[in-house]
Structures are given as C-alpha cells and as structure tokens.
Design a protein around this ligand. Structure first.
Ligand code: CIR
Length: 253
C-alpha cells in the first residue's frame, strides 16, 4: 500500500474546531510526536509513505485525507468544504501527480473524510463540507471505472467517516445509533460498536492490522474477535483539532 501524509504545522493550535474540546488546549509538540508515531507505524506495517511538505501557515493541513480521493491509480483532488482549507490542495496534487493520474474538482465541495471506500463502492456523505456537486464530481471521476457511488446524509459529526470506516472490503465498523446498518446492504457486513465509543469507529486498517484510537476497550475487543490484530494509538491532540485516524493520510493500493 501507499500513502501520503503531511506533518503538523506550526499553526496547528489554530485548527478549525466546531466546538472546543475539553481539557487543555492543543499541545503542538505532542501533536507532532503523535503524528510521527502514526507515520512510523504505517511504515512498519509496510506502507510506502510519501510526505507532502509541511505548510506551517495552514493550520489544518495535516488532515490530508480531505484533500484527495484515490482509487485504483486515479485521484480526485477535492475542493474542500471549508474555504480556508482550499490553499492546502496544490501541494497535495503535486505529490500525488508523481504516483497516480490526477484530476481536480473545479466547483462544488467535497471532503475526503466524507468518502468511504468499501470494495468497489464509494459511500459518500452529504454534509456541511460535501454538497451535490461534490458527489457528482466523485461519480464522474470514478463511476466510469467500475466504482459504484452510494450517498448518505451525514449526521452526528463532521464527516461520514467519524462514525464508520472499513476494516476490509467486506466489513465496516459502525458506531451504534449513527447510521442505519442497512446502508451497507449488499456492500459489506457491519460490526457495531457502542455509541459511547463513537470516536473509535474511525480506524485505519492495513491488511489484518487495525490501528484504533487508544482508550476504547469494547471496540478493540470486538475488532480483535473478528481476527484482526488491533494496534491502539494515542491521538489526543489530533482529536482536539477535530481529526481522527483516517484524516492523517490518504491510503491506496
Ligand atoms: C476541519 O475542520 O476541517 C479540521 N479541523 C478537521 C478535519 C478532519 N478531517 C477528517 O476527518 N477527514
């Protein structure tokens, strides 16, 4: 697998947050340590990780997932929903252009955090960051290449993938009380986790290794019971910037 990541910027303490998180303000040094550990882990799991140059003046730029969707050698550089984040995309496009065929969105809005790939289906959330033109751009880019697009209205949190992510091409992990498991009918089986462990629904799966946010024992146990090797990771400072595990990378085969 390959991935792009982008390091924590010096301005990260000014990241966009919907509601301030409890506890101390963002500790940028600790965020850097947590990010570095995440990248080391990806490499240890065998992922070929490319780094987009750090952009110190763009506080949310470490959340690189929102800037691109990559499927089977093709990338769509998104036009993200938050206008202040659009300046992040050129550097991401430059790095991706060295490895996949890149196309750019020119209108509408789409955040990669709203796009969940499960096998040959992309489930896309319509949210405050993703509109109908964004869904259409996704359709036009990937449907001609055999990818189905299924749309859902995002509720409960910022992005679709805050509440559901894929463990593999046949199984998703979904926080109870968020989306109807029927949404995945014919696409994947659903592993439910308790509503109070919502944050842990956002996992990064590399073959049978699954990185899960630290501190969510029921989720860890349920994923392990399905035969995965669960690797918890502390991302407290990423969370304070409204981010979770998938936000920190774009991963593709
Ligand atoms: C934002 O509001 O855009 C950032 N502070 C957080 C983005 C998190 N990205 C993601 O979940 N894919």
């Amino acid at each position: 697998m390959r991935a792009i990541v982008r390091g924590i910027p010096a301005s990260y303490a000014a990241a966009t947050v919907a509601t301030p998180h409890p506890g101390a303000p963002i500790d940028v040094d600790l965020a850097r340590e947590q990010h570095a550990r995440y990248v080391r882990r990806l490499r240890r799991y065998g992922v070929d990780v490319l780094e987009v140059p750090v952009a110190d003046s763009l506080p949310d730029s470490c959340f690189v997932e929102d800037q691109a969707v990559v499927v089977d050698g093709r990338a769509l550089i998104t036009r993200v929903g938050h206008p202040d984040r659009r300046a992040e995309s050129d550097a991401v496009a430059d790095v991706l252009a060295g490895c996949v065929e890149v196309a750019r969105m020119r209108e509408g809005m789409l955040d990669g955090g709203d796009v969940l790939r499960v096998g040959t289906t992309l489930i896309v959330g319509r949210s405050e960051r993703t509109d109908a033109l964004g869904v259409r751009a996704l359709y036009e880019r990937f449907h001609p290449h055999g990818i189905a697009i299924r749309e859902v209205a995002v509720s409960h949190c910022l992005h679709l993938k805050c509440a559901v992510t894929a463990l593999n091409d046949d199984l998703v992990v979904l926080a109870e009380g968020t989306y109807d498991p029927g949404l995945f009918a014919g696409v994947a089986d659903v592993l439910l986790i308790p509503a109070e462990e919502l944050y842990a629904a956002n996992v990064v799966a590399i073959d049978d290794i699954v990185m899960v946010a630290e501190g969510y024992p029921v989720t860890a146990e349920r994923i392990a019971a399905r035969g995965f090797d669960v690797h918890p990771i502390d991302v407290s400072e990423i969370r304070k910037g409204d981010g979770s595990l998938t936000c920190l990378s774009v991963l593709w085969r």
